[in-house]
Design a protein around this ligand. Sequence first.
Ligand code: CP
Ligand code: NVA
Length: 319
Amino acid sequence: MTSQASMLEANQRHFIELANAGADALAAMIADAIDRKQERANWPKGRGDADAPLAGRVLALVFEKSSTRTRVSFDIAMRQLGGTVLVLDAGSSQLGRGESIADTARVLSRMVDAIMLRTDDHAKIEETARHASVPVINGLTDRSHPCQIVADLLTMIEHGKALPGLEVAWFGDGNNVLHSLIEAAGLMKFNIRAATPSGFEPAHDYVEQARASGAAITLLQDAEAAARGADVLITDTWISMGQTDAADKRGAMAPYRVDERLMDLAKKDAIFLHCLPAHVGDEVAEAVFEGPQSVVFDEAENRIHAQKSILLWAFGLLR
Ligand code: CP
Ligand code: NVA
């Protein structure tokens, strides 16, 4: 990141992983998201925030994979902050015909003020950041989904879950969302019990880094043990974008469905999160998804408020 940072204007930063921000900035992002959300309560969603801090700035949203929430939340976030966006889909741009990441990053840097990229191989976003001279934001790769986790932390806090010492339980696939959650645990000092089938554990480097930072990251195969006494229960699709929907993976995942039995083992005031899109009946039972402990639509809305803080931080303009 050192050579990347030098290509950016003073105070501007890339947001490739949560560690780029660190614990203090992450806490500041969440605090600002809470304040901005409160300041515009009940306003029409398209109305700009009073201070319009990103007036005159344009963000490129580049998608090599599908998206609903990330796409809409960045668009609305930029509008509320006084800026604008343009959307570039790989299939309808030269990226899809093989133009290099390096050239795309350099061209976009001459035309827009920041780039959000959703892609498959994590190396592509690192390469984009190496060649861009404007902030680059990770809108999901096969390896991580940091923007999602800022919204998730905001949702936990809003629902009264102070992060330090929190017991967060994850069920199912050891995927990109779990990696960023583990990264957050190391930064914000909460604990994770991740119940996955054998062979679907999260990547070792995220686990080791978080443990080294003092978070208890427990990897286990017993879903009930993970659920017992948990404050927050989280799952995600069993089959992420770009993965093959294999029958043996579904079979392995079946015991990790978050159902009422698992919710009953958690604390009475536990909440259920899911980044969406959900496959109700697979990774989560309908009774849980639609039940009183589910906060998944607060979580989805919070993508907007989180994106605003991430953008302001990347531009060096967080209050
Ligand atoms: N949670 C999330 O990133 O949703 P989208 O894939 O719809 O952007
Ligand atoms: N793990 C999922 C998250 C979608 C927002 C995927 O990568 O498809």
